[in-house]
Ligand binder design. Sequence first.
Ligand SMILES: *Cc1c(COP(=O)(O)O)cnc(C)c1O
Length: 474
Amino acid sequence: MSELNAESTAFRAALEAVRAVEPRIADAIAKELHDQRESLKLIASENYASPAVLLAMGNWLSDKYAEGTIGRRFYAGCQNVDTVEQIAVEHAKALFGAPYAYVQPHSGIDANLVAYWAVLADRVEAPALAKAQKRNVNDLTDAEWAELRQAFGNQRMLGMSLDAGGHLTHGFRPNISGKMFDQRSYGVDAATGQIDYAALRESAREFKPLIIVGGYSAYPRKVNFRIMREIADEVGATFMVDMAHFAGLVAGKVFTGDFNPIEHAHIVTTTTHKSLRGPRGGAVFCQPELADQVDRGCPMVLGGPLAHVMAAKAIAFAEARRPEFADYAQRIVDNSQALAEGLLRRGATLVSGGTDNHLVLVDVDKYGLTGRQAEQALLDSGIVTNRNAIPQDPNGAWYTSGIRIGTPALTTRGLGTAEMDQIAELMHTVLSQTKAGASKAKFDLDPAVSEGISKQANDLLGAFPLYPSVDLGV
Ligand SMILES: *Cc1c(COP(=O)(O)O)cnc(C)c1O
């Protein structure tokens, strides 16, 4: 018998330790790998992190409290956390060519909160302190503090509308950002499905926001951040970009020049687990002027940093600095465009007519379906996507009229443009064979069709094993 490789040995040993305490958890972890291997995953926000990234998280760095920043902690004995955070920061700065990086945020939402507080501190708190000739909020009188608190809650934000692909954290009411900020949205041109920069400029002139937020979760095109920065400068706004979805395309130098947010924004936030392929987490990049405010993230809005996750971020950033990652990023977009072309050729309607990035938005109204019906019919056929609103969506944010599909995960698995065309065929078959039912959630699809498609989807994946170096022996 050949010897087990190091990765299989490591994961098996970890599961054995877990199993000794609670076998059901070990089973769920093992089953997750099995299920991921079997599923044709087209969720635009998901990926598969490397074994090195995953293994960097399972250790005693998790035991350490390290509130504060590198070298300035509220706890003693943080020398190893300092080392880990410093290395993660170094790789992050080099990867993105950013002057400053903060790698503590536990998620994308947390990164946005850090950024919002940094901007509020810079634009609202600092001027208020200067006016009162005080150095610290604790030195303000109760009346001055009451005034400042009011001011924090009355600032304006201009962000992308949800149905155009914006994110809840860009000032929408179900998220705290919508409660903190007076939000106005910019959308897309109805005819092209692309951002209307002239309308955005006009809206910014009229609304005079403190912050303009660029970035999205479901917009299939490049965004011209140079123009957005010009608009921000014209109206005196701070320009923030949330690159949670497309950070991998920035890291891989697919988005350069006008389309690289790092070159144009005052502050940039990201997740680390989407196209960037790292651990679940977030990060903030900024111009040096904002660095002190960003560093206040913990304990301003974050709990103690997750040192084990920062270790995994360092690994992911280091991996993304390798030339192979640029190749990976380009293949994500090649695959997305092949999928879009395959769908268009078969008669599908896509929001904006195509894609420049890692995602495609299918208008399933053209198949006579809601997003909810289409999502479930595809899932029943072994194809994992998610429903998503489209611009001016007639079915609202719950049922929707769109299906969002993304290629980062399958590209990691090794699928290429030929397979994308096959997937377009499978999707088109499911969508055109599905008939809307009595409600916006119900539908009819011949089980023979869904079973046949499931089998084809599975056969397709057979040639592209997921985590080929990991054999759990079950
Ligand atoms: C996914 C996403 C987030 C949130 O990330 P979490 O890690 O889930 O908190 C924030 N902003 C945008 C644009 C996203 O797509």
